[in-house]
Design a binder for this molecule. Sequence first.
Ligand SMILES: Cc1cc2nc3c(=O)[nH]c(=O)nc-3n(C[C@H](O)[C@H](O)[C@H](O)COP(=O)(O)O)c2cc1C
Length: 405
Amino acid sequence: MDIVVGVSGGIAAYKSVHLVRILVKAGHDVTVVPTEDALRFVGAPTWEAISRNPVTTSVHDDVAKVRHVALGQGADLVVVAPATANTLARMAAGIADNLLGTTLLAATAPVLVAPAMHAEMWAHPATQANVRTLVERGVHVIGPDDGELAGGDTGPGRMSEPEAVAEAALRLLAPQDLAGLRVAVSAGGTREPIDPVRYLGNRSSGRQGVALAVEAATRGAAVDLIAANLAGDVLALAARPRIRIRPVATAAELSAAMKEAAVTADAVIMAAAVADYRPAQAAPHKLTKEDGILDRIDLVENEDVLAALGAARRDGAGPDGQILVGFAAETSADPEARRERARRKRERKGADLLAVNLADAEHGFEKPDNAVELIGPDGEVVAEVAGSKRRVAAAVWDAVLSLRR
Ligand SMILES: Cc1cc2nc3c(=O)[nH]c(=O)nc-3n(C[C@H](O)[C@H](O)[C@H](O)COP(=O)(O)O)c2cc1C
């Protein structure tokens, strides 16, 4: 797992050297993001040697890799230890003028803070209010412990011991319940060329498919992501060691790539929006009004990729089978009508699960949120989930796992 350890400027920074060591020894890829002040306590060479990763503090380092957000986006967990009163205040206010600040704002993974400061600073209403704000936002807090503080004082403010911080951190990591599985996920929308500059396409951004891929990789699966025309910022979210990305453009390319990936896949999810039809002929040159043929495009039907995967799949149940999941965007506001269409579609395509999502003004295409009902093998609704596409992805993988069992 990818863990970011933020270190701010307190004496307890030396304790985090041991924390990083524990996390690295447990097999995690740890990147340390110190504040400038933290480097006055423990220097960059120590962090680099212990974490085996480069260490920078500024948003202006490694700009080509958009490090200021990439670190947070790619993290499975962020731990801030020690968290100074200053850094807690900056977190509560969302200040982003150093690499730790931008990383924390870009992170969607769980965040754990281990405060460390003098007892008076900890007890101050400002610090207490900041911690309350962070907790309300879902940040986890460990400590501080009561005990000996820098300068001979005692009281609550001492950073929890590295072993305890590591244990709390590892508890927050996603379960590795998909470890050992290979999965194939399609994302995005296909484009069927009319001529070299025009195409028939759809509004799918690929965010739901990417969320499915990222969730699977986070939970330990090896993922083939068949990516149909994803924008750079969406594709960047999938840049993880366990995700192999295969870009495709047309329905035919997507079909070929999915079939190839499906051969070895334990689960296959078709989240891409595939064109049902394509122009019978793609003109080799840009068509103009003078050509007189732009007012009419002859179409031919594309292969039904989900049905083809359904026909070729291994039986769903058990460890040797393959679970197949389809997605269907529906615009009907009547939930029972949506369910009924989804039941028929699931059967027709030979899928185990069909995720029906309502594509309206708030949900579905190009939106961060989705609302999905999962129709199971007996036509029943096995799960209903609304919220972020990542949350929907988690529910889909939970349903896949319970079918495998
Ligand atoms: C010797 C020394 C020890 C310090 N220890 C702490 C500490 O344990 N906790 C804290 O909140 N601030 C402590 N400070 C103050 C912080 O270093 C200061 O607030 C700094 O601006 C924090 O910056 P940062 O949060 O960006 O790392 C200490 C300062 C010095 C000089």
